[in-house]
Structure formats: structure tokens, C-alpha cells
Design a protein around this ligand. Structure first.
Ligand code: UDP
Length: 451
């Protein structure tokens, strides 16, 4: 098909945002859109898809952000990014590749001003669920006041929430200065965006999506996981393709030797920094359950492992600094996923039908864990004690409950249901596929979208 429209995709440079935006780019390219993926200098650029070109823009730090605090980083990035993204779009135009739309990460709301100043379509991309969007949007609009003083919160579009289900940045603004401001800034100008993409699946959160739709052009387009794991329509799309960490190959060989549904897979994603005591509680849990395990401990976290644990674990379990998570979750040997409930990990587990034990660390993870347990019923949340540590008794109870408790079978059945449903969403004619197609048609000169 001849390419008649061109989108620039602008991700925030962290793994959990790069992954979904790459996959969305691949879907657009598959439907005939020319795509330029614009990353900052600190992202290792490689060719992750023959159909997508990659360009570099500046965050003002020349690849050396080092320890710049978040508020300062965002301010400098906004200025340098606005300038260099505009220049890039002008250069592309001069090269005979004019841009029609900027699809910008909601963490970089200035992407909309760049698009509008150049007379282009602006489309925002949210990497968190519709439910989480509702919470932040209500705060942004002043409808939900922070600090939240009530014990129970009732917000339209959401089930009743307890205060502990809210995103951590709403509850504790001092621990991570600037984070709540960043999350609220996602809604700057959102009502002016022609498209508001959310990496979620309509069938997972119908009520929340319908509520948001009253205020913005919400289009769910997930799950943004490589096609091979869902609809298989994109040939060769087997992995995300741009990793900030190096996966350890031995995992798959090791998993191959384990019995079906026997392994506990533990990972807290790319950013979590657990307390040493929390790592010890996890290690004790693994010893107590006696089950085989695969534990991702990033190099920067390794010193927090109990002494000799790696040696003691060998044979029983495998500890790696990073793994190909999708391949792992898709493996038959995995019995449960002990996860921080980052939104990508949660969607991946839902899409691959893996029951979860949620141990949220920060951000929207507690809210995701609430939905895993009470709405999608594909796992449980492990709760911390007064010191904020999830103890080994609680962890063992949850792991055993998910793997062999009285509701284990029911959770596995639910897991299969969500697996089918998420696959259906991106397959031809599914809810996400239709939304992507609608965007593509508009880009190709069709009618503007309806809410
Ligand atoms: N991931 C991976 N290997 C690992 C751990 C994580 O490939 O060993 C991927 C995972 O599949 C997901 C992303 O890293 O796509 C983590 O995103 P998430 O939103 O779950 O958490 P974050 O890192 O943003 O806290």
C-alpha cells in the first residue's frame, strides 16, 4: 500500500512508555502509515522495525541526565524538546516527508503545542489505564481534592475505592516531589486533542472508558504487546525491539526443564527500588514455598539480596538481571507472577493468562492491583504491614492461594477469558483494531473522529 500519511511518535524515555508506543507504531505502520519514532539521546537507537524510522531529539541534557531532579528535568526537556521536535518536523517536511500528526506521550504535554503551532493533528498517548486516568483527571479538574481525607472514595466510572487503592503519588506527595504534578499535567489541553489513545482494552474497563469519553476523544488501542503473542497478524513482530536492559538468555532453557504451572515468576519492572528488608521477605517466601522460581533482580538491586541466596537458590531457582518477560509469561511452566503491577506487566499477564500476586510499589500500581483482585479476579493483592513491608507470611499466603488455593481454578478460568478477550481486541474488527483503523482513516483524509 502506498504510504499517504506520516506520524511522529514521541515517547517519554523509560521502558514502560517506550514499549507500548513502539507497538502502537508497528500497528500504524502495518496499516500503511509512515512512522518516525523520536527518542532522546540517551535511548540506545537500533532498528526495531524495517517500517519505522528512528530520529533523535534533545531533552537538553545531551544524554547525561544523571541525577537531575524530576521537576528540573521536565522543565529543561520541555524547552529543548519543543525546539528540537519542531526542527525535526520542519526537516522532515524539507526532505519531502511532511508530518500529519504528532502522537505524544501524555508525560510530554508540550507535544500538543508543537503539533498545533505547526498546524498538525495532535494525539495524546496514555500509558496507564482508563480507571487511573479518571482518578488523575478528577484531581486535575478539582473534583477530587488532595490530600484525600475520606477512607472510601466514590468516583463516577469507578467501583468504590479505599484510600489504599489510590495511586501512591496522590497519597504521599512528599516522597516523590513533582510526580503528582507530572501526572496531572498529562491532561493539559487534552480536550483539544483529536485523538486520546489509551493503552488499554475496552472490554477490561467499559464503564471507565465510557465515562472518559464524555470529556475527550478516548480510543483504547491495547494491549500493545507484540503481535505474535496475540493476533499474530504482524509477521516477525515477536518482541518490543528496544530494550534499555540486556535480557539474560538462560531463562528459557531453564524454564524448559520445569513442570507445567510450577514456577513462581517475580519481577518488579524497570524502576522499583525495594527496601533490603523487602528483598529478604521475598527470599524467605521463596525458601518457604519450596517451589521453583525465576526472579528478576536488576543489577542495581542485587546487593540487597540476602548473603549466599544466589548460591543457595541455584538448582531451585534462577535469578537474572533482566529477562524476555513476554516469552517467560507465555511459557507453560509459569504458575504465578509476583508483580509490582506496573501497567505493562499487568496487561501482559492479562493478555497471556497468568494469575498474579500484586505487590505494588508506587504510582498507579496499587490501583492496578485492586482491579486484578476485585474486578478482573485474576489474582490477589499482598498487603504491607505498618512499616510498609509485605512480610513473608502474607506473601506465602498469597502465592499459595493463587497457585493452589480454593479459588485457583476460578482465577485460571478468568485468566483464559481475559486472554481471549484481549487478543480479540487487537484482532481484525476488535475494539482496539477498529479504533486504530479509525485513526488511520482520518490520517488518510477521512472524516474527523466522533467521541
Ligand atoms: N520487562 C522485561 N524484562 C524484565 C522485566 C520487565 O522485558 O525482566 C518489561 C515488561 O515486559 C514490561 C516493562 O518491562 O513491558 C515494564 O513495564 P511496567 O509498566 O510493568 O513497569 P515499570 O518498569 O514501568 O515500572
Amino acid at each position: 500500500m502506498e504510504k499517504t500519511a506520516h506520524c511522529v511518535i514521541l515517547p517519554y524515555p523509560i521502558q514502560g512508555h517506550i514499549n507500548p508506543m513502539i507497538q502502537f507504531s508497528k500497528r500504524l505502520a502495518h496499516k500503511g502509515i509512515a512512522v518516525t519514532f523520536a527518542v532522546t539521546e540517551d535511548v540506545p537507537v537500533n532498528e526495531f522495525s524495517a517500517d519505522i524510522s528512528v530520529e533523535t531529539i534533545s531533552d537538553g541534557y545531551h544524554g547525561k541526565r544523571a541525577d537531575a531532579a524530576l521537576p528540573e528535568y521536565l522543565l529543561i526537556f520541555r524547552k529543548a524538546g519543543t525546539e528540537s521536535l519542531s526542527k525535526l518536523i520542519q526537516k522532515l517536511r524539507e526532505d519531502g516527508r511532511p508530518v500529519d500528526c504528532v502522537v505524544y506521550d501524555a508525560f510530554l504535554p508540550w507535544g500538543l503545542s508543537v503539533a498545533k503551532d505547526l498546524g498538525l493533528f495532535g494525539a495524546v498517548f496514555f500509558t496507564q489505564s482508563c480507571c487511573v486516568n479518571i482518578i488523575y483527571y478528577n484531581i486535575f479538574k478539582g473534583l477530587l481534592k488532595v490530600p484525600v481525607l475520606e477512607k472510601e472514595i466514590s468516583v463516577a466510572g469507578l467501583p468504590a475505592l479505599e484510600v489504599s487503592d489510590l495511586p501512591s503519588f496522590v497519597l504521599d506527595q512528599e516522597a516523590h516531589p513533582g510526580s503528582l504534578k507530572l501526572l496531572l499535567s498529562q491532561f493539559e489541553g487534552v480536550e483539544d486533542c483529536e485523538f486520546v489513545f489509551v493503552n488499554s482494552v475496552y472490554e477490561l474497563e467499559e464503564e471507565a472508558t465510557d465515562w472518559l469519553r464524555k470529556f475527550m476523544f478516548v480510543k483504547t488501542i491495547g494491549p500493545t504487546i507484540p503481535s505474535m503473542y496475540v493476533d499474530k497478524r504482524l509477521a516477525h513482530d515477536t518482541n518490543y525491539g528496544l530494550s534499555l536492559f540486556k535480557p539474560i538468555d538462560t531463562c528459557m532453557e531453564w524454564l524448559q526443564q520445569q513442570s507445567p504451572k510450577s514456577v513462581i515468576y517475580i519481577s518488579f519492572g524497570s524502576m522499583a527500588k525495594l527496601k533490603k528488608q523487602q528483598m529478604e521477605e521475598l527470599a524467605t517466601t521463596l525458601k518457604l514455598t519450596g517451589k521453583p522460581f525465576l526472579w528478576v533482580v536488576r543489577s542495581s538491586e542485587e546487593s540487597k539480596l540476602p548473603e549466599n541466596f544466589i548460591e543457595e537458590a541455584s538448582g531451585k531457582g534462577l535469578i537474572v538481571s533482566w529477562c524476555p518477560q513476554l516469552e517467560v509469561l507465555a511459557h507453560d511452566a509459569i504458575g504465578c507472577f509476583v508483580t509490582h503491577c506496573g501497567w505493562n506487566s499487568t496487561l501482559e499477564a492479562l493478555s497471556l493468562g497468568v494469575p498474579m500476586v500484586g505487590v505494588p510499589w508506587w504510582s498507579d500500581q496499587a490501583t492496578n492491583a485492586k482491579f486484578v483482585m476485585d474486578v478482573w479476579k485474576i489474582g490477589v493483592r499482598a498487603f504491607p504491614n505498618k512499616e510498609g513491608i509485605v512480610g513473608h507470611e502474607e506473601l506465602s499466603r498469597c502465592v499459595n492461594y493463587v497457585m493452589e488455593g480454593e479459588r485457583a481454578e476460578e482465577m485460571r478460568e478468568n485468566a483464559l477469558k481475559w486472554k481471549e478477550l484481549t487478543k480479540g481486541a487487537v484482532d481484525e474488527g476488535g475494539s482496539s483494531d477498529r479504533n486504530i483503523q479509525e485513526f488511520v482513516s482520518t490520517m488518510m483524509g477521512g472524516d474527523r473522529p466522533q467521541k
